[in-house]
Design a binder for this molecule. Structure first.
Ligand code: S3P
Length: 429
């Protein structure tokens, strides 16, 4: 536990900065590089705790990694040559490691047991277990439970057609990864688009995968071939600094080389609809992923409604959007976001608690929140709920509070944004 006291100052947010690599893409690069044939070079990898758990898991199964800062060389073992780990695999706090790895482990010819920390052990895994069982996987929890710890025994997988009942890229990805090991093809149909990094990366690694609207089909008995991956900056991390600039008058900030995949840019759409001035320059495509530089200039903000298909495109940004909305004129209503209750913590509860303590007018609802703006924020003592995105939201709030923000513990921030406070210092001028 490390308490953090954030003292207000009158600095504006300005400058040019690059945020660390994308968490979702970093996980996928490790997974695919490990099960590919040959050597994969990853650059701008996110050295955050969650992604380290994914590396640990593959190291325990015999994959060799060479690390040099944010560059990682992966000596892939091929899809079926991972070795049985000597011990239980530990996923820590990482939902992405857990869900995606269940898809891979289900296809391997040996038994594994997997576990996570206290928060991860409460998060729903049945959304992944049920379709994998339909494919022939044998995954069981203690006394019939469907949360971690779990035991995965070898089962011969067959492809299925699966209509996703939840809007979840992690579930979609788990099924597609299991599909690599199945005897015939697997098709996943989504209710609305969710982040599609798995699909882009499977293609880049040479898998036979076909997309058609909301359907993605992958052939069975697929192999992956090593390729090089450059990870774009994480838009979910950039969102915190962009919001800082959006709420501190006279700010102007540029974030370079950030991922702009449209399944992730709901935050940009929200900033624009609320009235922020956003410019996107230097766009290019890297490994099938759009990247570019984003510049935001402070303007007055207005409240908006956020609901429907945009929700999966900004699900991780809702905590920081709630803070943004406290500084917008009028009411912001967020709906259709019940999934927030199943993240690292119940984020509807955590966001409303923290922002209320800081002086905001916010109410939680069953599937979202209602924020009445614009309210001055006072400061106060808050909990980060051991959730990186809640701790960063509280820290960004301190840019506009009249008094100190005392955050009980800032260590969770290393999950997705090591160096967050150095960057925050760097852009306060
Ligand atoms: C992720 C998908 C999302 C997101 C999480 C990362 C991924 O979760 O919230 O932070 O990398 O696939 P869900 O699939 O549960 O929506």
């Amino acid at each position: 536990m490390a308490e953090k006291i954030l003292t207000p100052n009158n600095h504006i947010i300005s400058g040019v900065i690059e945020v660390p690599g994308d968490k979702s893409i970093s996980h996928r690069a490790i997974i695919m590089g490990s099960i590919a044939n040959g050597t994969t070079e990853v650059s701008n990898f996110l050295n955050g705790e969650d992604c380290m758990r994914t590396i640990d898991v593959f190291e325990s199964m015999g994959v060799k990694f060479e690390k040099n800062g944010t560059n990682i060389t992966i000596h892939g073992k091929g899809i079926k040559s991972l070795k049985k780990p000597a011990e239980e695999l530990y996923f820590g706090n990482s939902g992405t490691t857990a869900r995606l790895l269940l898809g891979v482990l289900a296809g391997l010819p040996f038994q594994t047991t997997v576990a996570g920390d206290e928060s991860l052990s409460k998060r729903p895994m049945n959304r992944v277990i049920l379709p994998l069982r339909e494919m022939g996987a044998r995954i069981n929890g203690k006394d019939g439970s469907e949360v971690l710890p779990l035991r995965i025994e070898h089962g011969q997988l067959t492809g299925i057609q699966y209509k996703l009942p939840v809007k979840s890229a992690q579930v979609k990805s788990a099924i597609l990864l299991a599909g690599l090991y199945a005897a015939n093809s697997t098709e996943v149909i989504e209710p609305t688009p969710t982040r599609d990094h798995t699909e882009h990366m499977l293609k880049a690694f040479g898998a036979d995968i076909e997309r058609n609207g909301l359907s993605t089909k992958i052939s069975g008995d697929n192999s992956l071939y090593a390729t090089n991956v450059t990870v774009p900056g994480d838009i979910s991390s950039a969102a915190f600094l962009l919001t800082g600039a959006a709420i501190v008058p006279n700010s102007r900030l540029t974030i370079r080389r950030v991922g702009l995949n449209e399944t992730r840019t709901g935050i940009i759409d929200v900033l624009i609809e609320m009235g922020s001035a956003i410019e996107i320059t230097n766009s290019s495509i890297v490994n099938g992923e759009l990247i570019g530089d984003v510049t935001i200039t402070y303007t007055k903000l207005r409240g908006i409604n956020i609901e429907g298909e945009i929700i999966p495109r900004l699900i991780d940004e809702i905590p920081i959007i709630a803070l943004l909305a406290t500084q917008a004129e009028g009411t912001t209503i967020i709906k259709d976001a019940e999934e927030l209750r199943y993240k690292e913590t119940d984020r509807i509860h955590a966001v409303t608690d923290v922002l209320t303590k800081l002086g905001a007018a916010i109410e939680g609802t069953a599937d979202g929140m209602i924020i009445h703006g614009k309210t001055p924020l006072s400061g106060g003592e808050v909990s980060g709920y051991h959730d990186h995105r809640i701790a960063m939201m509280a820290s960004i709030a301190s840019l506009i509070t009249t008094g100190e923000v005392v955050l009980d513990d800032d260590s969770s921030i290393n999950i997705s944004y090591p160096g967050f406070f150095q960057h925050l210092d760097q852009v306060q001028n």
